[in-house]
Design a protein. Structure first.
Length: 282
């Protein structure tokens, strides 16, 4: 009887071991299959993502092409074109003609910030040298035997004068065009606290002077129609013979003197007796 139970227990134990072995084999095969399916799903996901990216990029390219073609059709598909005038400046890098630059001077009214010079532009020292020359010529034009009408010595004024020069760009708000100008000034504090001064706007690349304001107060009476024009005419390279055609017109504040150069540019001088003279190109 005992041997029977021992035999039964042995067979049961053997069967249970065999069952455990089969279960382990089944689990192993199941895990292997699941891993193989996961790899397949991952591979398919990457392939799908790659094809989706390519398809999306191609779609975006088609959309961009359509947008550009629509913009091109709106730009050029017109019954007529707008006329555009392109100014020729000769060789690249050369300054524009004086007439063109004067036109820019009249239309560029937005003042930019002070900036440093570019390689092709005149230096600060050159601008200061020119304002010194203009100041000296102007004082000489209003002096008699080295003295102004109010008694100041021209030599004393020149030896005690101070000078400034600042470079700025001036812009046309509508067209975006710009013109670079040296804003210069020479000044001297006279007796009684009056400040005699000359302010001038100079071209950044040439020696052209676009405007001059001379404040000499009691020394300005408007009686001399020519001599106060000399400094600016010299800077512009114009002969004094152009003053033969000047026109003087009375105004409510004094007088307006106008003369025209060969290129059509006009020099206008506004005289305010007892105060100042303003000269500008138009």
């Amino acid at each position: 009887m005992k041997s029977f139970f021992q035999s039964l227990w042995s067979k049961t134990k053997t069967a249970f071991s065999a069952l455990q072995k089969r279960i382990r084999i089944f689990n192993k095969r199941l895990r292997k299959r699941m891993n193989r399916d996961r790899d397949s799903r991952t591979r398919l996901a990457y392939i799908g993502l790659s094809f989706g990216t390519v398809a999306l990029a191609y779609l975006l390219v088609l959309i961009n092409m359509g947008v550009f073609r629509l913009a091109e059709r709106n730009l050029y598909d017109k019954e007529q074109y707008e006329a555009t005038s392109i100014i020729s400046a000769g060789r690249i890098g050369e300054p524009l003609s004086r007439a063109v630059r004067v036109d820019l001077y009249r239309t560029c009214t937005i003042e930019g910030k002070e900036r440093a010079t570019l390689p092709e532009e005149r230096t600060e020292e050159q601008a200061l040298q020119q304002i010194r020359s203009l100041w000296e010529q102007t004082l000489s034009a209003y002096a008699d035997n080295g003295y102004l009408r109010t008694g100041e010595s021209v030599d004393r004024i020149l030896s005690n004068s101070k000078y400034t020069a600042k470079l700025r760009d001036f812009y046309n708000e509508e067209t975006g065009a710009k013109l670079a100008l040296w804003g210069t000034q020479a000044y001297f504090t006279a007796s009684g606290g009056l400040v005699y001064c000359l302010s001038a706007e100079l071209d950044s690349r040439t020696e052209d002077v676009y405007s001059m304001t001379v404040a000499l107060y009691g020394n300005i009476d408007g009686s001399d129609p020519v001599s106060s024009l000399t400094p600016m005419l010299n800077a512009l390279g114009e002969s004094l013979s152009v003053t033969d055609g000047l026109i003087v017109s009375p105004t409510e504040y004094g007088s307006l003197t106008t003369l025209t150069f060969s290129d059509g540019v006009r020099l206008c001088r506004y005289t305010y007796p007892g105060t100042q003279v303003y000269l500008t190109l138009q």
